[in-house]
Design a protein around this ligand. Structure first.
Ligand code: NAD
Ligand code: UDX
Length: 455
């Protein structure tokens, strides 16, 4: 029986391995992590990662051929293939601080594999990494004392949170990069054959290692750039009376541009886009490509501007003071259908409002209250932040509602905005940063309503 070990039981490791184990019942998949709480949660029904459909897939294979464990050494020892899915956050210290990727978790995996392995392994980079990381990985592995030989492949993950199970079931492509040697080609074939159990062969792309590593950074940079582009246009729409959704529709019908990923918003969040663009910027600077670095950095600068512009608009609209005012925040996750708040625009908007002395009543359907408080740096006793168990509780007595995540539960046909309006102080304001509310309809109810890129 082929045996897979996945190091890192997070948003990528958990769902990806659940899918592989579902599709390949004859392959044993063990997901390991240093975080014992996370591993324990994967063994129960309250998974550490919320993704629609994930629990069903986990239940299907758990304890059949899908295992979660903190015994990293045994899992590495038993594996033929090791996927590295650890976090690669932006470095916060030293050389390249606030730009470069922090590779310490990756390196510690490499050293642990080198120390433990006593048989040949295929080591697959699934984490998003700077170009040429595979070279360092290989040097550390090849310095191991034992007889084991290692093949290093790059297989970046393209899933988006909230739609991870669908993305894994039906990916646009699977990308696998490897060296051009017969041994690497054989390793690449082994991994390609696993995906080929359910992904059409023509969607399995193979490249050299560096192209694979760079393609992941480039894909995220292009996606984020589209959002910053439409958000830049949204600022001009607000100044001129054009409507950004109409503009997005009009330009998106051009087949060369396409309609997807053109939704104006309060800015992109999530653990990937900003981190990966900054990583790209750092790489460009490292290679002396300063104009290229500046070009990509502008995508992040635009994103910060968009978040701040939204907070400023709220303050300006509420008569230039929100001191002591109660503001209902609907949504805290960085997008709908996830409990992930990493780099959520909501964190930045809430911090701006708290700096103006507002009282926030925050509701999110999936984010735990403790997570919200930690992200905002407040304790349970802090009177400036309350976490509400539903939108009505959040809105009672509020001056304004601010929608920061596009959860379906906040749509006009799901939430009773008339009831909410009656509970609020007048004039009642509604700010929709995520395009979930029909502004004309809520204006009919009596709200003074504002959306991104709308008048
Ligand atoms: P995560 O933080 O959710 O999970 C990473 C896990 O690795 C953590 O649970 C951590 O405890 C564990 N870990 C770290 N070092 C370890 C070690 N030495 N041994 C064992 N476990 C260790 O991160 P994530 O969101 O799953 O992202 C993982 C990688 O995938 C990152 O490089 C990210 O850029 C990339 N990626 C993420 C997404 C996404 O949507 N989140 C999508 C594509 C790619
Ligand atoms: C992204 C990439 O899409 C995925 O391929 C990669 O593997 C990881 O990074 P993710 O961050 O999980 O995925 O979600 P995504 O759907 O890309 O959304 C990111 C952010 O952009 C969210 O805050 C979302 O609200 C925002 N967004 C997205 C917009 O503001 N407008 C859009 O049109 C699309």
């Amino acid at each position: 029986m082929t045996s897979i070990c996945c190091i890192g039981a997070g948003y990528v490791g958990g769902p990806t391995m659940a899918k592989i184990s579902q599709k390949c019942p004859d392959i044993s998949v063990t997901v390991v992590d240093t975080n014992a709480d996370r591993i324990a949660a994967w063994q129960g029904d309250d998974l550490p990662v919320y993704e629609p459909g994930l629990l069903d897939v986990v239940r299907e294979s758990r304890d059949r051929n899908l295992f979660f464990s903190t015994d990293i050494e045994s899992a590495i020892g038993a594996a033929d293939i090791i996927f590295i899915c650890v976090n690669t956050p932006t470095k916060t210290y030293g050389i390249g601080a606030h730009r470069a990727a922090d590779l310490r978790y990756l390196e510690s995996c490499a050293r642990q594999i080198a120390a433990v392995a006593d048989s040949d392994k295929i080591v697959v980079e699934k984490s998003t990494l700077p170009v040429r990381t595979a070279e360092s990985l290989k040097r550390i592995l090849d310095a191991a004392q034992g007889a084991a030989r290692f093949q290093v492949l790059s297989n970046p993950e393209f899933l988006a949170e909230g739609s991870a199970m669908e993305d894994l079931e039906n990916p646009d492509r699977v990308l696998i990069g490897g060296e051009r040697t017969p041994e690497a080609a054989a390793a690449l074939q082994t991994v390609a054959d696993i995906y080929a159990r359910w992904v059409p062969r023509e969607r399995i792309i193979t490249t050299n290692l560096w192209s694979s590593e760079l393609s992941k950074l480039a894909a995220n940079a292009f996606l984020a750039q589209r959002i910053s582009s439409i958000n830049a246009i949204s600022a001009l729409c607000e100044a001129t009376g054009a409507d950004v959704d109409e503009v997005a529709f009009a330009i998106g019908t051009d087949r060369r541009i396409g309609p997807r990923f053109l939704k104006a918003s309060i800015g992109f969040g999530g653990s990937c886009f900003q981190k990966d663009i900054l990583n790209l910027v750092y790489l460009c600077e490292f290679f002396g490509l300063n104009e290229v670095a500046a070009y990509w950095e502008q995508v992040v600068i635009m994103n910060d501007y968009q978040k701040q512009r939204f907070s400023h608009r709220i303050v300006r609209t509420l008569f230039n003071t929100i001191s002591g005012k109660r503001i209902a925040i609907l949504g805290f996750a960085f997008k709908k259908d996830t409990n992930d708040t990493r780099e959520s625009s909501a964190i930045y908007v809430c911090r701006d409002l708290l700096a103006e002395d507002a009282k926030l009543h925050i509701h999110d359907p999936r984010v735990a209250p403790a997570r919200i408080r930690t992200d905002l740096g407040v304790t349970e006793e802090d009177p400036s932040v309350a976490v509400a168990s539903d939108p009505y509780e959040a809105a009672a007595g509020a001056d304004a509602i601010v929608i920061l995540t596009e959860w379906d539960a906040f749509r006009v046909d799901q939430l009773d905005y008339e009831r909410i309006f009656k509970m609020m102080r007048k004039p009642a304001f509604l700010f929709d940063g995520r395009n979930v509310v029909d502004l004309d309809r809520v204006r009919q109810i009596g709200f003074e309503a504002f959306g991104v890129g709308k008048g």
